[in-house]
Design a protein around this ligand. Structure first.
Ligand code: SF4
Ligand code: SF4
Length: 523
C-alpha cells in the first residue's frame, strides 16, 4: 500500500500541504489505495458528549453510547469503543462503515466528500503511515478532540434542546413539550420527546465518563493538535477551568485550544475566566487560543432567539475579549429565518470591529519604518500585540440552521429576501479587506463566498417552491405554531420584536388555518 511520500503533494511556501483540487484528488487516490471507505478522521477526530456518555467520530455519524463496561478497565475506550474499532476495521479492509453514510451519499453523487477534506487536514494526514502500520486493533488517540462535559447552561436558545441546555430541561418539565401542528395528522414534537430525567448526568453528580476522561487525558494530550471545549455553557463547568489549569501546568506550544461560551455568565465568573485566559493566551502555553461565541441576529431580535442573552452585555464582553491579547473571538451566527432581517446590522458591527482591531502586517511594517500611526484609534503596532499568533482576532462564521426545520431560512418570502437579505450580502461584498491596503479590515473572500451560497440557496428554493407548495405551506404553518409557543414560554410577543414579519406571519397563520380546514374537510 502507498505511503504518504509515495505520492506528489502541492505545498505552499512554508512547506505545508495545501487544500486544493489537485491535493483532494491525490488524497482520494491515496485513501482508495487502502480501501474505498478508508478515512483518517475515524482514527484522529472525535466529539465526546461526556454529560450523556455519547461519542462520534467524526461529528457526522450519529453519536453512540460509550459502554461503561468497556470503559471500566480502559479509559481509552472513550475513543476506542467496539463500534469505532469495527468501523476502522471495515475501513482498512475495503468496506464502507454504514455509520458514515453522510459521506457515501456525497460520493455517490461523484462529489468530493468530507472523507477527502478531513483526511487532507494536517492533523489527520500526518497519521496515514502510522495507521497503516498499526491496523485496527490498537487503541488510537485523537489529534482533534472536541468535548462537552455537561449540559449545564444558563440560556435556552430556541433552536437548542435539553441535550445541550439544562434550562431547556426545566422549561420542558414546567411547560410541556414543544409540538407544532397539534391536532392534525402532521403533528411534530420538536422538543420534549426525550426522557428528561435520565438525559444526562447532573453537573454535581459523579459521572464515570468525566472520571475516565481525566484518567485518559494526560496520555491523549501528548498527541493533541486541536482541543475544543463546547457545552452547555462551558464556563459553568468546573472541568473547563480544570482543563485551562492543566494546559498552564503542562504547556503545549503545538496546541490549538478553543472554548465555546455564550458570554452571559455572572460577572464574578466571567472575570475569573478572563484572568485565566490572560495567562493562558500569553504565547507560552498553547499555540493559539480562540473563544467561540454565538449570536444570530441583532439587538432584541438576537435576545428573542437566545433567551438569557443580554445583547448590550454581549457586545461589551466581546470587546473585552479582544483587548486581552492573543485571543481570537469568533461569532457563530447560526443563520435562520429570524436572522434575515437584522443580519446586516450584525455584519456592520463586525466590520467596524475588524477595522478597529485586526492587524494588517504590511501596514504594521510601514508604521515601524516611518513612525506614522496607520490604524487610527488603535495603531497596527498595538493591534499586532493583541493578535498573538492569529492572523485576525475578529471573526464570524455563518453556519446554516437545519433544526428545527420550521426556522429554516428557506421559508423566507420574496419580500424578506429583497428587502433584507440582498442588502446584507451587498454590504458584505462591498466591505471586504483589500490586499492593497487594509488586509483583514473587512470580510475575507471565503466568508463572502459562504454567505453567497446561503443567499443563493434561499433564492433558489424560493423560486422553485411557490407559496402553495405543500413543503412551504407546512413549514410556514409550523413556524407560526413554533413562535407562538416560544412567546408563551418566554413571555414575549413575536410581532412586537419582529414587526417587519407582520405580513409573513399572517401568511403563516393562513397556512396553519388551511391545514386545519383541509383536515376537517377530510373527516
Ligand atoms: S468517512 Fe466521512 S463521516 Fe466517516 S469519519 Fe470520515 S469524514 Fe466522517
Ligand atoms: S448557549 Fe449554547 S448550549 Fe446554551 S442553550 Fe444556547 S445554544 Fe444551547
Amino acid at each position: 500500500m502507498k505511503k504518504l511520500n509515495d505520492v506528489i503533494w502541492i505545498k505552499n511556501n512554508s512547506g505545508d500541504i495545501v487544500s486544493n483540487k489537485e491535493n483532494i484528488q491525490t488524497v482520494k487516490n491515496l485513501l482508495n489505495d487502502t480501501g474505498c471507505g478508508f478515512c483518517l478522521a475515524k482514527f484522529t477526530q472525535v466529539t465526546m458528549h461526556l454529560g450523556t456518555g455519547l461519542v462520534h467520530s467524526c461529528h457526522h455519524p450519529k453519536a453512540h453510547v460509550i459502554p461503561l463496561e468497556e470503559l471500566a478497565n480502559n479509559p481509552a475506550a472513550l475513543f476506542n469503543t467496539s463500534q469505532l474499532k469495527t468501523a476502522r476495521k471495515q475501513m482498512l479492509t475495503g468496506e464502507k462503515p454504514s455509520e458514515c453514510d453522510y459521506c457515501w451519499r456525497v460520493e455517490d453523487r461523484n462529489s468530493p466528500s468530507d472523507r477527502y477534506f478531513k483526511s487532507l487536514e494536517n492533523w489527520a494526514l500526518q497519521t496515514h503511515d502510522m495507521v497503516l502500520e498499526n491496523g485496527h486493533e490498537i487503541d488510537y488517540y485523537p489529534t482533534y478532540l472536541e468535548v462537552d462535559f455537561s449540559n449545564v447552561c444558563n440560556f435556552n436558545c430556541i433552536y437548542c434542546g435539553p441535550e445541550y441546555s439544562s434550562i431547556w430541561v426545566e422549561d420542558l418539565k414546567r411547560n410541556g413539550p414543544v409540538k407544532v401542528l397539534e391536532h392534525t395528522s402532521k403533528v411534530q414534537w420538536i422538543q420534549g420527546w426525550q426522557d428528561l430525567d435520565s438525559i444526562t448526568y447532573k453537573n454535581r453528580e459523579h459521572n464515570p465518563y468525566v472520571e475516565a476522561f481525566w484518567k485518559w487525558f494526560p496520555e491523549a494530550y501528548k498527541k493533541l493538535k486541536f482541543y475544543r471545549i463546547t457545552g452547555g455553557e462551558p464556563l459553568l463547568s468546573k472541568e473547563t477551568f480544570r482543563s485551562i489549569d492543566w494546559l498552564i501546568e503542562n504547556p503545549n506550544p503545538e496546541l490549538d485550544f478553543s472554548i465555546n461560551s455564550n458570554m452571559g455568565v455572572p460577572d464574578k465568573l466571567w472575570y475569573s475566566f478572563l484572568d485565566k485566559i490572560k495567562v493562558l493566551a500569553n504565547g507560552k502555553y498553547v499555540k493559539k487560543f480562540t473563544l467561540f461565541t454565538s449570536v444570530d441576529a441583532w439587538g432584541e431580535r438576537a435576545e428573542y432567539l437566545r433567551p438569557g442573552l443580554d445583547f448590550e452585555l454581549f457586545k461589551k464582553r466581546y470587546e473585552e475579549v479582544l483587548q486581552i491579547g492573543g485571543v481570537r473571538c469568533v461569532i457563530m451566527c447560526t443563520f435562520n429565518l429570524l436572522s434575515v432581517t437584522s443580519i446586516q446590522q450584525l455584519l456592520e458591527w463586525q466590520s467596524d470591529l475588524r477595522s478597529k482591531y485586526n492587524v494588517d502586517r504590511e501596514l504594521l511594517q510601514l508604521e515601524t519604518q516611518f513612525g506614522v500611526n496607520l490604524g487610527g484609534e488603535i495603531s497596527h503596532l498595538e493591534r499586532n500585540k493583541l493578535s498573538g499568533n492569529h492572523f485576525a482576532i475578529v471573526g464570524i462564521d455563518i453556519p446554516y440552521l437545519r433544526h428545527p426545520q420550521c426556522l429554516d431560512a428557506h421559508f423566507s418570502d420574496k419580500n424578506l429576501i429583497e428587502q433584507y437579505l440582498v442588502p446584507a450580502i451587498n454590504f458584505m461584498s462591498k466591505n471586504t479587506g483589500s490586499s492593497h491596503w487594509g488586509l483583514h479590515q473587512g470580510y475575507e473572500s471565503y466568508e463572502v463566498e459562504k454567505m453567497k451560497r446561503i443567499v443563493f440557496d434561499i433564492i433558489h428554493f424560493n423560486s422553485t417552491h411557490d407559496e402553495k407548495n405543500p413543503v412551504v405551506v407546512e413549514g410556514r404553518a409550523k413556524f407560526y405554531d413554533f413562535v407562538n409557543d416560544m412567546d408563551r414560554r418566554h413571555g414575549k410577543n413575536f410581532l412586537d420584536v419582529f414587526p417587519e414579519f407582520k405580513s409573513f406571519y399572517e401568511k403563516c397563520r393562513q397556512n396553519k388555518n388551511d391545514i386545519l380546514k383541509e383536515e376537517h374537510k377530510l373527516k
